[in-house]
Design a binder for this molecule. Structure first.
Ligand code: PEP
Ligand code: MG
Length: 316
């Protein structure tokens, strides 16, 4: 029975009116790629490269090791979109050779693209390996940078990615400053992918690693959703894709709200795909937009979740 399930065709992500919402997988290693493809992932929306670096044992993996790993990943998705994130070291993912262990506020420190820029050889090696794997395979490789906070950083990353022949280069929107400047960010890049985990942390000023403030780490918060809406609107205005790759996309009802706010793709861990796919099929794009308005009008996360849940029942 397991085998039958693995080969059963899975319909692509879509709303009730047929609006396509490609459903992608979040992966941390090429080992999960086949399972994601079997579960109907239409590609990869976030490939986290930190694990490859963490597993290399104290130093960066070689270009050759990276090339092999990225090639295996891309081979599992011929003709499909695969979004690889360059190394996001620091804060909750410290790497000894990139991060200063003595920062007092590592979430606000030299992390993500900031750290790569300070050790640009590591970024250049990663882009070299990615470009090589791209040439050797049939997948549609997109590359993005984490923890970007300015338009200038966006331009820096897109330019350096182009030097290596990366055709589609974008940024993660996980810092409020970048969401607020979404039109400029999308003018300077090919796409945006919203990381709701960090976007929530930075919007509510609540450390995502700290249990005592965990209640604030809730992407249903209308302040977070307002920022998502800014990016969605800029995506609609420019015609550039706006994905979601934070945990929020794995919540079946919040996924509908995110589409209503302008998200064009949703990426999540493989087990979440089934329920999100089923939920999207219940609502039209107009209904998704109505639910998004209800969420934005709420006072807080709990109110937003409750109001949308109640309204969703009246629609169905
Ligand atoms: C995020 O911040 O939402 C995200 C997808 O990246 P990570 O959880 O790896 O920081
Ligand atoms: Mg993040």
């Amino acid at each position: 029975e397991r085998e039958a399930a693995a080969v059963a065709p899975v319909t692509p992500g879509a709303l009730a009116d047929g609006t396509a919402v490609p459903l992608l997988a979040n992966l941390g290693s090429s080992a999960g790629a086949q399972a994601a493809a079997d579960a109907g992932a239409e590609g990869v929306g976030l490939f986290r490269t930190e694990f490859l670096f963490l597993d290399a044992g104290g130093s960066a993996p070689t270009v050759e090791q990276q090339r092999e790993h990225y090639t295996r990943l891309l081979q599992a998705f011929p003709g499909k979109k695969v979004v690889v994130r360059v190394l996001d070291a620091g804060a909750d993912k410290p790497l000894p050779f990139l991060n200063d262990a003595h920062e007092e506020n590592p979430a606000l420190g030299l992390r993500g693209l900031r750290a790569l820029r300070a050790s640009e050889d590591i970024l250049r090696e990663q882009l070299t390996a990615l470009a090589d794997a791209d040439k050797a395979t049939e997948a549609d490789l997109w590359v993005m940078a984490p923890m970007v906070s300015t338009v200038e950083e966006t331009r820096y990353f897109v330019e350096i990615a182009r030097e290596y022949g990366i055709k589609t280069a974008g940024v993660m929107v996980e810092v409020p400053s970048l969401a607020l400047l979404a039109p400029q960010v999308l003018a300077a890049s090919d796409f945006a992918s919203i990381g709701t985990n960090d976007l929530t942390q930075y919007t509510l000023a609540a450390d995502r690693m700290l249990g005592s403030v965990a209640a604030l780490q809730d992407p249903w918060h209308p302040a977070v959703l307002r920022l998502v809406g800014e990016v969605g609107a800029a995506g609609a205005a420019t015609g550039k894709p706006v994905g979601i790759c934070g945990e929020a996309a794995a919540d079946p009802l919040l996924a509908v709200v995110l589409v209503g706010l302008g998200a064009t793709t949703l990426s999540m861990s493989t087990p979440a795909l089934v329920d999100v796919r089923a939920s999207l099929l219940k609502y039209t794009i107009d209904e998704a937009r109505q639910l998004a308005e209800i969420a934005l009008a709420a006072d807080g996360a709990a109110e937003s979740r409750a109001a949308v849940a109640a309204a969703a029942l009246t629609l169905k």
